[in-house]
Design a protein around this ligand. Structure first.
Ligand SMILES: [Zn+2]
Ligand SMILES: [Zn+2]
Length: 351
């Protein structure tokens, strides 16, 4: 969908594992499924391998752009980091601070994966939270991760329901992740992205084994939408650059498709004769925020994590003068549907 004013919107499924690590299917098949689900681009992040790039799998598959990065972990398999744009795998003995720095130095883009992941004792896997917050140079944070949230809430009582309804129980990002993210955004642009972390978990029912997370289902869950000035190029490096730039400049928002197609959601700030979008900083003391959603819901505008206005409907406007990092959350029937990135207001005199 094209913004009637200036931008094109593309919808991505991020943090996908293929059969190059612990996903179930090959990349071309996943791209085909993504196309059927209305996804425009994919960010693959198999564990500690860039083999798909070497095999030429970073390309357009019909209408779906497949971008290949990889998920870095430290030598204890902790501190997962999603890096895109690296040509070579970094040495596996690096510490998180080192691989964050090396990713940046290489001109690549990196996101902290599932930063506050937790698991109950009965979970299939141990949690992999980010602990190396002293690292400098990361480009953004995966604030919402489907796999993390799903596994955190899985228990012996609800497991059959959860297995057959993997999208219904998503309750939004971890509260502590949102707090951390809001604080960071007061002083810098710190993009939030949503990841699927699509693995295929085998699950045994007596003699049968089923695979819990099917791509076809997951692609109808957490999506990251980008807004870009130019249409995505047929040239893969150029299109990849466009997507990664939109993500690292926070020109994006996150939705859960389960509650409706969020294409067309917009969060803008008007000041003087200029329009600002997510990722921007406004140097003014009089700003009008405008929010529009393609379907009605409960729209909340938050400043530094605290709600300042909430309306039921599909439009919100609010005149703000207070400096801070503003963002939007939209719920549908109390279910988390959309999380915008921030627009910052900084006083006129502040750089
Ligand atoms: Zn991970
Ligand atoms: Zn992963």
């Amino acid at each position: 969908m094209t913004d009637t004013e200036t931008h094109h919107e593309y919808v991505g499924a991020l943090h996908i594992h293929s059969n190059f690590s612990d996903g179930l299917r090959p990349i071309p098949e996943i791209a085909e499924i993504a196309g059927e689900c209305g996804i425009d681009f994919l960010l693959f992040a198999d564990h500690m391998t860039l083999e798909p790039i070497k095999r030429g799998l970073e390309r357009w598959y019909d209408t779906v752009l497949s971008i290949i990065g990889y998920e870095i972990n430290d030598k204890d398999n902790k501190n997962h980091y999603l890096a895109f744009g690296l040509d070579e795998i970094l040495p596996p003995e690096l510490t998180p601070c080192e691989y964050v720095r090396r990713t940046k130095e290489a001109g690549a883009v990196g996101f902290i994966a599932h930063p506050d992941e937790k698991r109950p004792s009965a979970a299939i896997l141990p949690p992999f939270p980010w602990t190396a917050w002293e690292a400098e140079g990361f480009d953004g944070i995966e604030i919402w991760n489907h796999s993390s949230e799903w596994l955190e809430k899985l228990n012996n009582i609800n497991k059959y329901y959860y297995i057959f309804h993997p999208l219904r129980y998503l309750r939004g990002p971890e509260p502590e992740t949102l707090v951390r993210w809001d604080i960071m955004n007061k002083t810098q642009v710190m993009p939030g992205i949503g990841g699927i972390d699509a693995h295929a978990y085998p699950y045994s029912f007596g003699p049968f084994t089923i695979y819990i997370f099917r791509y076809k289902v997951l692609f109808k869950g957490i999506r990251t939408h980008i807004l870009v000035k130019e249409k995505l190029s047929e040239d893969v490096p150029q299109a990849k650059e466009t997507v990664l730039t939109a993500l690292k400049t926070a020109r994006c928002f996150i939705s859960n498709y389960r509650w409706g197609d969020a294409r067309g959601f917009r969060f803008k700030a008007l000041s003087g004769d200029r329009t600002y979008l997510m990722g921007d900083t406004v140097h003014s003391e009089s700003v009008e925020f405008i929010v529009r959603t393609p379907l009605p819901g409960t729209l909340s505008l938050l400043k530094d994590g605290m709600p300042v206005m909430s309306v039921d409907g599909s439009e919100l406007s609010y005149t703000a003068s207070e400096p801070g990092a503003y963002r939007v959350e939209v719920k549908k029937k109390n279910k988390p549907w959309i999380y915008s990135n921030h627009i910052r207001i900084q006083g006129k005199n502040k750089a």
